[in-house]
Design a protein around this ligand. Structure first.
Ligand code: ARG
Length: 484
């Protein structure tokens, strides 16, 4: 029992330390002695902030980013950009995950309750965007009654849409997704800002004559409540930029950059051109899944042993662990670990750490069930025979029962590994740059709704297919050793 406990502690330490170690390994190439300014943004908002490819590399650009660079320069800090859903920006800032939010954000009264804002740096108007064939349908705002409207989640446009009588509203994280909803006729119209709409307009997607009333909105920079020091630097920088008319220039440059980025490519061209994105994604997906598998396996095994320990309270805890983890969605677990721990305990885990922990504990619950089934499937006589030979319960378990159990549950374990590879795609929502994340990035660069995902699907399939072949070969090998 003592040994099991020591092992348990060892694994726990490994789980906490390994991702941290990996992270430091990754961070080593970053400039460590320079102060960092971490910018939170939702890079789906050309020309404010958007993804583009420069020299084959994905970059987030836009006039908000230029402003951020000016602020970082003034501080003598290194700018680090974190891209996330618009809706996640406020919690990210409040929990200290980012230092500053520049995302075309309007300083509304409601938002002022939770964060502080700089002076406004840009003014925009709201417009309605529709499919070209509907131009005659939507002449005034009244024509939007009873329609389906698309808006960005958590934005002021969402509030405007809520004011349209009987409209049914679809709110999504990324503007690109909302445009896709319009293209695929799932919504009839979008409400967005004029400057941003310009980046998405083409032959099929046009501006409506209808315009929301009182449609002007400001954009300002958000900081944590009470961070007056940073706010002063920001306002000073903005004043300088405005005095030189630099912001207008930045908007023009960014709009030009945003305009020249569409183009029709077939799926093979997309796959080839953005191969470096997917390659990077494969690396992260494999790393994430491998760590998830290893820790999931170990934790699952420990839970199984704990449940079989014969100590009632431990067994009960083990069962509770399995039931809770199996009975809640992995996405919810991820949010609790990544954002919840940061908000309540100030534990700021990196996306890799949160991802590995979530995947491991989630799969450990399923694996624990698989192990239990396997162990229960081993004939009782085996334990009796081992004990009558003088083995202790633990030794019998280790040398007689577990090896047999593992062999019978191997296919089920293999299935679980394949599941982990696929499920790891969920971790992309917190900014883990895996295959799914890269597919989203490629989509936001190419404006193609389908091919980036087909490419991702093909890659996931190849990975899982190879794994299942590998496991099959392993099983066959075990079987031949049986026949001897
Ligand atoms: N100005 C609007 C708001 O504050 C929309 C901003 C959306 N920004 C973005 N990067 N998607 O609600």
């Amino acid at each position: 029992m003592k040994k099991t406990f020591r092992l348990l502690m060892l694994f726990m330490c490994m789980i906490i330390l390994l991702p941290a170690g990996l992270q430091t390994a990754y961070a080593q190439d970053a400039n460590s002695d320079k102060q960092q300014l971490i910018l939170g943004t939702s890079a789906d908002f050309p020309p404010y902030e958007f993804h583009t490819t420069i020299d084959g590399q994905d970059q987030i650009v836009g006039f908000d980013i230029e402003i951020a660079k000016a602020i970082a320069e003034k501080m003598g800090a290194e700018l680090v950009i974190q891209d996330m859903g618009f809706d996640s920006l406020l919690p990210a800032l409040q929990s200290g995950r980012v230092d500053i939010v520049i995302s075309g954000m309007t300083p509304t009264e409601e938002r002022r309750q939770s964060i502080d804002f700089s002076d406004p740096y840009y003014k925009a108007r709201q417009v309605v965007v529709i499919r070209a064939e509907d131009t005659d349908k939507y002449k005034t705002m009244a024509d939007l009654e009873n329609t389906k409207l698309g808006v960005q989640k958590g934005s002021i446009q969402e509030e405007i849409a809520q004011g349209v009588p009987n409209a049914s509203i679809t709110s999504l994280d990324k503007i690109g997704d909302i445009v896709m909803q319009l293209e695929t006729e799932r919504v009839d119209a979008l409400i967005v800002e004029d400057t941003v709409a310009a980046g998405y307009l083409n032959d099929d997607i046009v501006l409506a004559d209808a315009v929301p009333d009182e449609s002007e909105s400001d954009a300002a920079i958000g900081v944590q409540k009470g961070n007056t020091e940073l706010l002063a630097v920001i306002n000073e920088t903005l004043a300088e930029l405005k005095a030189d008319d630099r912001i207008t220039e930045m908007v023009e440059e960014a709009s030009l950059l945003a305009a020249g980025k569409t183009g029709d490519k077939n799926i093979f061209e997309v796959a080839w051109e953005y191969r470096s994105y997917y390659a990077k994604g494969i690396g992260y997906t494999l790393l994430l899944s491998a760590l998830g598998v290893i820790f999931g396996f170990l934790i699952g095994l420990i839970i199984t042993l704990v449940r079989m320990s014969g100590i009632k309270i431990l067994a009960w805890l083990g069962t509770a662990y399995v039931e809770v983890l199996r009975g809640t969605p992995m996405l919810v677990q991820l949010m609790i670990i990544h954002y919840g721990l940061a908000l309540v305990f100030g534990i700021n885990l990196s996306p890799l750490q949160s991802g590995v922990i979530t995947l491991s504990i989630n799969s450990s619950a399923y694996l624990a069930e698989i192990f239990r089934a396997g162990i229960q499937g081993v004939d009782k006589g085996q334990m009796e025979a081992a004990r009558s030979l003088g083995m202790t319960r633990g030794a019998a378990l280790r040398h007689i029962i577990l090896p047999q159990a593992m062999k019978t549950v191997l296919p089920a374990i293999g299935n679980e590994f394949i599941t982990i590879i696929k499920e790891s795609s969920i971790i992309s929502v917190i900014g883990m740059m895996d295959i799914m994340y890269q597919a989203n990035t490629v989509r936001s660069i190419t404006y193609q709704g389908l091919s980036p995902y087909i490419i991702a699907a093909v890659i996931y399939f190849i990975l899982t297919f190879m794994l299942s072949k590998l496991l099959g070969a392993f099983e066959r090998k075990l079987r031949t050793s049986d026949n001897r």
